[in-house]
Design a protein. Structure first.
Length: 135
């Protein structure tokens, strides 16, 4: 690559958490944020992490996982679908279906919206303070 090509290549800014862009397009700080989302959701729903990350398809676990995936996509828009799929050990269709299911429920269920907001606040608290909020 010539010096001229380097001059015109945009530098990738660091995110607010101080993450550094990694080779696959994600940010380390945002990946830490995904871990915070997973902690908040598993605590809120009382699901052990091992079961949450497993292939378990029971409704309770699948719903919690869908909420976590949607929150991660919303709060960390620079993570690609591929990054999210790797973080949650899921396929692209799982991610697409999660977005669709959560949005359909948000459209009709006020209590569910409040639950999502509480989880969002919990994640933001964890990110600011480093202290997980236990449900």
């Amino acid at each position: 690559m010539s010096a001229t090509e380097n001059e015109f290549r945009p530098k990738m800014p660091q995110d607010a958490l101080g993450g550094v862009r990694t080779g696959n397009g994600g940010l380390r700080g945002q990946r830490d944020g995904v871990a915070a989302i997973i902690r908040a959701v598993t605590a809120h729903y009382g699901i052990p992490l091992q079961i949450f990350m497993s292939k378990n398809r029971t409704q309770h676990v699948a719903d919690a996982r869908a909420i976590a995936m949607v929150l991660a996509a919303e709060l960390f828009p620079r993570l690609t679908a591929g990054d999210l799929m790797r973080e949650f050990n899921r396929s692209g269709s799982d991610l697409w279906h999660a977005r669709k299911r959560v949005q359909a429920r948000v459209d009709v269920d006020r209590k569910f919206c409040e639950e999502i907001e509480a989880l969002r606040a919990s994640v933001n608290h964890q990110r600011r303070t480093g202290v997980p909020v236990v449900a």
